[in-house]
Design a protein around this ligand. Structure first.
Ligand SMILES: Cc1cc2nc3c(=O)[nH]c(=O)nc-3n(C[C@H](O)[C@H](O)[C@H](O)COP(=O)(O)O)c2cc1C
Length: 191
């Protein structure tokens, strides 16, 4: 847990599919209410990465995230995003089926998928594999959800996880003392 780092820079080598499957199988031991096992994953590799990246950039444009760029700069930004998307061996998009239109059951399933993702990050790191958890407003963009073959009414997107062998491991980021986040309650009147 302490050694894992978010990785931005990857070696081009793919992680063997058999190993990815093994790690996802471990991750599935995440807690999940009523054993719903709500995690669904689309993995973009090889030729599909550019097209996936393009849909993401289309969404950034639609959402106004790149509105400060003129046409020339936008073209360059597209090329640079493409270099990024094709430099990462695997992009795993995590999503789930909606059950109660964004209500409590959906939150439970969302939480379980997040636990699954963290499990995956940790077991992958143990095998020398790095990851980067990304979540942007694009995950709520209905056009993007349809662009990748899902339905905004039926599906909730949760994260895109970049996966591959690290080329460069950044320095660790310190955490604040956990005592700042805890209140210990011991007396009956403590609430
Ligand atoms: C929900 C979520 C969304 C994140 N989105 C991004 C992101 O869009 N870009 C990014 O570089 N890192 C993203 N991260 C990774 C965090 O930046 C990273 O975990 C944090 O800086 C701590 O670094 P570490 O993971 O190396 O300890 C995200 C993490 C989470 C949990």
């Amino acid at each position: 847990m302490r050694q894992r780092r978010t990785i931005l820079d990857y070696k081009p080598d793919k992680v063997e599919r058999r190993l990815l499957l093994e790690l996802f199988n471990h991750a599935a031991y995440a807690p999940n209410h009523h054993m719903k096992e709500p995690w669904k994953i689309k993995i973009y590799e090889d030729q599909s990465r550019s097209a996936f990246g393009e849909k993401i950039v289309d969404s950034y444009i639609r959402l106004g995230l790149l509105k400060t760029l003129n046409e020339e700069k936008l073209k360059k930004a597209r090329q640079s995003y493409d270099r990024f998307f094709t430099s990462v061996p695997h992009h795993a998009l995590f999503y789930m089926e909606k059950e109660d239109h964004g209500g409590y059951l959906d939150d439970e399933n969302y939480a379980a998928v997040c636990a699954f993702i963290q499990n995956f990050q940790l077991v992958a790191w143990e095998k020398g594999i790095g990851t980067m958890w990304t979540a942007k407003p694009t995950l709520l963009d209905k056009v993007f959800i349809r662009d990748i073959g899902l339905s905004p009414e039926q599906h909730r997107l949760i994260a895109v996880l970049q996966i591959g062998y690290p080329n460069k491991i950044p320095n660790g980021k310190e955490r604040t003392s956990i005592e700042d986040s805890i209140e210990w309650k011991t007396e009956e009147r403590d609430i």
